[in-house]
Design a protein around this ligand. Structure first.
Ligand code: ADE
Length: 217
């Protein structure tokens, strides 16, 4: 069973995503086990402080190193060889090929979700991977972590339903987008399903799909 731990100030954000659909199924069949770690539990002092002002000036607050170090060390006690993944817009851009590599590996992960203006740079000494989900800034790493976790867990062998469905889908060969698909009815509000798809001619259908697969930039 693959173990995924998530360090966050907002564990409640994950409930809907991890306990629905494919992520729920993955847990039910024992393919993955999620463990939430509330960074607030590692806050300092009576007020459980996790952030402080930025040396050199600047707006906002940064996550202090100590609560994050203590939270990661807690996660490592539970799973000593797990890889630490820091979600940051400065990280390496996430891609389908990496999702596949991680799904096929035997690595476990500890996701670190930052908040406020970011984290103290010394936190990066704990980290194996820095991952960005795109060139835009989210309020925190939570949505980014959920995106990465979803894209990996659904590819863990046994999780996805149809054996071939992950092979044919968008980006799986790195550049081909999925072709258009249709279900019943044959005519909906005057819009018809392309005749070739109803023909039963597998060669023609394959050719049509190939012709209508769009290449990514
Ligand atoms: N945290 C904030 N923005 C992010 C992004 N684009 N990718 C990963 N983590 C983030």
């Amino acid at each position: 069973m693959r173990k995924i731990q998530i360090i966050t100030l907002f564990p409640e954000m994950f409930g809907g995503v991890l306990n629905s659909s494919m992520m729920w199924k993955a847990q039910k069949i024992g393919a993955v086990d999620f463990r939430m770690i509330n960074l607030r539990d590692f806050g300092l002092g009576l007020r459980k402080t996790v952030d402080d002002i930025i040396y050199g000036g600047g707006d906002g607050m940064l996550l202090m190193p100590e609560p994050l170090f203590n939270a990661v060390e807690n996660a490592k006690q539970y799973d000593p060889t797990a890889k630490v993944v820091l979600m940051t817009p400065r990280g390496k851009r996430w891609q389908q090929a990496t999702a596949k590599t991680w799904a096929d590996s035997d690595e476990n992960y500890i996701f670190v979700c930052a908040r406020y203006e970011g984290y103290d740079e010394r936190v990066t000494t704990l980290v194996d991977y820095q991952v960005s989900v795109g060139d835009y800034v989210l309020t925190g790493g939570e949505l980014a972590a959920m995106t990465v976790i979803d894209s990996v867990v659904r590819l863990i062998p046994g999780v996805l339903g149809g054996e071939t469905s992950s092979e044919i889908e968008s980006f799986s060969d790195g550049e081909t987008l999925e072709y258009p698909q249709y279900t019943r009815p044959e005519v909906f509000r005057g819009m018809e399903v392309p005749k070739v798809l109803l023909s039963g001619n597998h060669g023609e259908i394959a050719k049509w799909r190939q012709d209508h697969s769009i290449k990514a930039e």
